[in-house]
Design a protein around this ligand. Structure first.
Ligand code: SAH
Length: 355
């Protein structure tokens, strides 16, 4: 498609009008530098209109790498006998929160494998502890698929947000990334349930995951634009050496950046992280993400001695430095990209109400 046409597609997206699958395909395929930089400029404009230059920080606490699932892409899947497993104690988790608060974090993300050791009661007491220590902070959970009753109990205990990437909006593709005991339907139902309960909800997918087609990505964009998540986490797929996908190529930088920009235009008020995976495939990946419409970063607050063990993919950055060092480095990066980290819960500035 001609350059003019691609720019016209970007204008349509920016104006909130619908575009066809063929148009999305043309946009995803274009390598024209002018069109791509126009897309990024539009994404920045939309992001700055709503969120200004603010970048929200989320303190990520990876509290367990035990997992009962065996997602084919993930390095901490239960079939990986080489994973060096760990669990953080309540005290260790709360220490991370204390330190994070001092450093300016007002959102804490508890992320882990699906680890039955952390019963609902344990999670609930952690949520209560954090909320009573710091009532001005948001607690985000990212602990996978649970029952409606569990989700409800977490919400009632004070959890504010839940991240559960949909991974792919195409059932056939989902089945190629997950074993038979995990279902596309259940994952999608979990997202709907979380929203119904009242959580701010984050979905998302990997870019360039094995077997992913352009049509799959278009389905992801359609899903995101319809679901209108509060947050949307996307990052490149990166192979892990001890998984069956070890020889698969990693996701592309340019495609990931383009998708960030498109998602910003599709859901203008979305909270969009420049992910660690993006920073892993390119030394300036996160800065580039911010310059393509992202407005969130999620530095690691986990104790340094476990960081390398939360190895969902190879080569993960920031596994060696203390939290204080990490936030210093990241602040400089955010500034270099033309933005500013703020001390704020960074709630979703909702402009659109999902149906
Ligand atoms: N157990 C939780 C958290 C999963 S880890 C859950 O099920 O939601 C968070 C995200 O990391 C996953 O949702 C997945 O999209 C991403 N991820 C896993 N393996 C990856 C890989 N090899 N490359 C890039 N991202 C990966």
């Amino acid at each position: 498609m001609e350059l003019m046409n691609v720019k016209a597609i970007i204008d349509e997206l920016k104006a909130g009008r619908s575009v066809s699958d063929a148009e999305l395909e043309a946009l995803l395929a274009t390598e024209d530098a002018d069109a791509v930089s126009y897309l990024a400029a539009c994404a920045r404009e939309v992001r700055e209109k709503i969120y200004g230059k603010a970048v929200y920080i989320r303190g990520l606490i990876e509290f367990t790498n035990y997992c009962k699932n065996s997602c084919y892409y993930c390095g901490i899947n239960c079939k990986n006998a080489k994973a060096d497993r760990y669990r953080l104690s309540d005290e260790e988790i709360l220490d991370c929160v204390r330190e994070g608060y001092e450093l300016g974090f007002r959102t804490f993300v508890l992320q882990g494998g699906e680890d039955p050791f952390y019963t609902d009661d344990k999670i609930i007491s952690l949520i209560r502890e954090i909320k009573s220590m710091h009532p001005d902070c948001a607690v985000t959970l990212s602990i996978g698929e649970k029952s409606e009753a569990s989700y409800r109990a977490f919400f009632e205990a004070g959890a504010d947000r839940y991240l559960l990437r949909h991974e792919t909006a195409s059932p056939e593709h989902y089945a190629k990334l997950h074993p038979g005991d995990l279902s596309f339907e259940n994952r999608m139902n979990c997202l709907k349930t979380l929203r119904k309960i009242g959580f701010q909800v984050g979905c998302g997918m990997m870019v360039g995951s094995p077997y992913q087609t352009t049509q799959n990505l278009i389905a992801d964009l359609r899903f995101i634009s319809e679901f209108k998540p509060d947050m949307c986490g996307i990052g490149p797929f990166i192979p892990h050496k001890d998984t069956i996908f070890k020889n698969e190529p990693q996701g592309g930088l340019q495609l990931t950046l383009k998708l960030l920009s498109i998602i910003r235009l599709l859901v203008p008020d979305v909270l969009l992280p420049a992910t660690t995976a993006l920073g892993t495939i390119d030394p300036e990946g996160r800065e580039k993400g911010l310059r393509h419409g992202a407005n969130v970063v999620m530095p690691n607050l986990s104790p340094v001695n476990v960081r390398a063990k939360y190895a969902i993919y190879d080569g993960k950055i920031c596994t060696g430095s203390e939290s204080a060092e990490c936030i210093k480095c990241l602040s400089a990066r955010v500034k270099a990209a033309g933005y500013e980290i703020v001390v704020d819960r960074g709630d979703h500035k909702k402009m659109f109400v999902a149906e």
